[in-house]
Design a protein around this ligand. Structure first.
Ligand SMILES: NC(=O)c1ccc[n+]([C@@H]2O[C@H](COP(=O)([O-])OP(=O)(O)OC[C@H]3O[C@@H](n4cnc5c(N)ncnc54)[C@H](O)[C@@H]3O)[C@@H](O)[C@H]2O)c1
Length: 354
């Protein structure tokens, strides 16, 4: 099925097909079937939720790192129990999704027994969309925090040099009718939005980015030569530093601008994560918690709307609706993206996506 959207041809691909393709690709690069399936699931989950910037289009950059020898497709993270409720994971330079999944599974296990589980991860890689890690806890009936650091893309507030990662802060809780899943990058806008404006010849708001000289700019071309700006000025900058304190400083991973970028072939990423799982019925009964989450949901979405707004959403709800729609109709990939993925597949003898 193909449709025309602003001169780009899109092809809707069933999620299962995209997942199987991604799995074959990672297997071709030496990952075990289980790990290949984990990374494939992580990427397709992002495409399903509409976080297209972190979907299967990341495959070429992930496998390039394996080819360059700066990411190990075979590595198995090593978990060390520090206290009954705390563990440390040495990611051993495995795929970030594999490390984060292992860490969250351990955190959930500890929380089941003791009410809380906390895992610090070092020597990991980019784990894509944080909501995928959050969902793992929510599916197990747990609340969670999911922090990560990332390669430098933003200045600290007042600066102009790339120092802080656009490191998402994420958390979740089971809820009705939908869980609470907040997953947000601390920049004003995603870099992908600047690329889109550039392609379309549009200007951007002057608070999204600085140009190469450290000046605010409305020109997306100049913005792409400069740095992203943190959301809320010093507050977004502070959140990005918070991700680095908890994920980088604490874990033993790279920090303070030291995480290698996904396109830097010179060294491993050395990303850090910080993961906490929490039982929701620690202080009240499970029924009380559920009823209170439902009340909160209703208060949020049934509130008075501002002018021009048709519906108020709970955090994560828009992505759930998009997922439902894409599970039904398939995930729209641009033909140029499919061509690129198929070229990558052909180079290692893997069957094309479509
Ligand atoms: N691993 C990494 O290093 C890395 C780095 C950057 C971004 N990311 C990922 O990129 C993704 C993009 O982040 P983002 O900040 O651009 O996301 P976003 O701005 O689209 O959404 C941020 C949050 O706001 C909520 N939201 C959005 N619109 C809403 C509305 N109208 N009403 C109520 N809630 C709403 C979303 O559910 C989400 O929880 C995230 O999944 C993040 O994990 C990952």
């Amino acid at each position: 099925m193909a449709e025309e959207q602003s001169q780009t041809t899109y092809v809707n691909v069933p999620a299962d097909k995209a997942r199987a393709f991604a799995q074959r690709m990672f297997e071709a690069y030496g990952a075990t079937s289980e790990d290949a399936a984990t990374v494939a699931d992580n990427l397709v989950a992002a495409d399903l939720r509409g976080v297209d910037s972190h979907g299967i289009n990341r495959i070429p950059s992930y496998v390039a790192r394996v080819r360059q020898g700066v990411l190990s497709a075979q590595a198995q993270p090593k978990l060390t129990q520090t206290t009954p409720v705390v563990a440390h994971v040495d990611g051993r330079n495995a795929f970030g999704a594999v490390v984060a999944k292992r860490a969250m599974a351990a955190a959930v296990d500890m929380a089941r027994t003791y009410g809380i589980g906390m895992v610090s991860c070092a020597h990991s890689n980019h784990f894509g969309m944080s909501a995928w890690v959050v969902q793992q806890a929510v599916d197990a009936g747990m609340m969670c925090l999911v922090f990560t650091n990332s390669s430098p893309a933003m200045p600290a507030w007042g600066g102009r040099e790339k120092l802080l990662g656009v490191s998402p802060i994420a958390c979740g809780a089971p809820g009705e009718p939908v869980p609470f899943v907040l997953d947000m990058a601390p920049s004003v806008a995603a870099r992908g939005k600047i690329y889109k404006a550039y392609r379309r010849g549009e200007s951007i708001p002057d608070d999204w980015a600085l140009d190469a000289e450290g000046r605010r700019t409305t020109d997306p071309g100049e913005a792409l030569k400069g740095v992203m700006l943190p959301m809320g000025g010093p507050k977004g900058s502070g959140l990005a530093i918070m991700m680095d304190v908890f994920s980088g400083v604490l874990s033993g991973a790279a920090y303070a601008g030291g995480v290698a970028g996904p396109y830097d072939p010179s060294r491993p990423g050395d990303v850090g994560h910080f993961i906490v799982a929490l039982k929701p019925d620690l202080f009240l009964s499970a029924d009380d918690f559920r009823a209170r989450m439902r009340h909160l949901y209703e208060r949020v979405v049934d509130g008075e709307k501002m002018a021009g707004v048709d519906r108020i959403y709970f955090p994560g709800e828009i992505e759930i609706l998009r997922r439902e729609e894409r599970l039904k109709n398939g995930i729209p990939y641009a033909q140029v993206e499919i061509d690129n993925l198929n070229k990558e597949a052909a180079s290692v003898g893997v069957q094309p996506l479509v």
